[in-house]
Design a protein around this ligand. Structure first.
Ligand SMILES: Cc1cc2nc3c(=O)[nH]c(=O)nc-3n(C[C@H](O)[C@H](O)[C@H](O)COP(=O)(O)O)c2cc1C
Length: 236
């Protein structure tokens, strides 16, 4: 979560039983960094670094986590208008997963064809294939479900075809605080990629419901920042 999930934050929540944690999101190239600056100027939290400082910063954060929790896998969620900086970030020595952010819906990011707007780009497949083929770490692609004009199952299949290791799916159901379980199952039934199910998890029942849809794993965001998690993740 932009401006929140740094190494210090993640080290505090790992003891709840997480075996993978995600740093970021970080903006990596000139255009996304400029967009981040605008987001900060209107008062929203963001991680914001100069272009030559952002990758060394992420590396430092990864090392802080690994120093304390060597067995926990670390992912970095990143935005970039071009794929080359994604590949550079994937070369961070101890980074396990580079996650391409096709999810952010902040206006400044959408305006430059990044975040969720990536799903509408004609060069999406080319972009993803370049990132997957050249990355040193595993590659995850984070998307938001039910984006207007986008068939989530078709996009999931494209991401699988590009060779990504994980599809991190925010199964957002517009207007209600609950995942779109039907869509999540549909994606799992119609792809072979490892799907990480995400959205509105705040109980063991919901985690079970995610696994019943066929996910490989699950992730939690707001339940972690609100401090309301009342179960041990490692029970799953
Ligand atoms: C304050 C905030 C910042 C977020 N920043 C990011 C981000 O930088 N990258 C990303 O992929 N998702 C981001 N998200 C989305 C969450 O990771 C997650 O997909 C979403 O909140 C749904 O999951 P949840 O119901 O467990 O919160 C953010 C969410 C919140 C609330």
């Amino acid at each position: 979560m932009a401006g929140i999930t740094d190494a210090e934050f993640l080290c505090k929540v790992i003891p709840y039983g997480f075996d993978v944690v995600t740093l970021g999101g970080y903006s990596l190239d000139e255009r996304t960094i400029e967009a981040s600056q605008k987001i900060i100027e209107r008062g929203r939290k963001e991680f914001h670094f100069k272009i030559d400082e952002v990758i060394p910063h992420i590396e430092n954060e990864v090392n802080l986590i690994k120093k304390n929790y060597p067995d926990v896998r670390v992912s970095a969620n990143v935005r970039s208008s071009i794929p080359e900086p994604i590949v550079q970030a994937s070369e961070i020595e101890k980074l396990d997963i580079i996650e391409i952010n096709c999810h952010c819906r902040q206006d400044e990011i959408i305006a430059i064809g990044c975040g969720q707007e990536m799903l509408k780009r004609p060069d999406l497949e080319e972009y993803l294939s370049y990132a997957v083929d050249n990355s040193k770490s595993e590659v995850s692609v984070k998307i938001r479900a039910n984006l207007e004009g986008i068939d989530t199952v078709e996009i999931a299949q494209k991401i699988e075809d590009a060779g990504a290791d994980y599809l991190h799916l925010d199964a957002m159901n517009p207007n209600i605080f609950d995942a779109d379980w039907k869509l999540l199952k549909n994606v799992c039934d119609n792809t072979n990629i490892k799907v990480i199910g995400n959205n509105s998890i705040d109980s063991t029942e919901k985690v079970q419901k995610m696994y019943d849809c066929g996910v490989y794993g699950f992730s939690i965001a707001r339940g972690v920042i609100s401090g309301s998690l009342n179960f041990n993740i490692s029970d799953f």
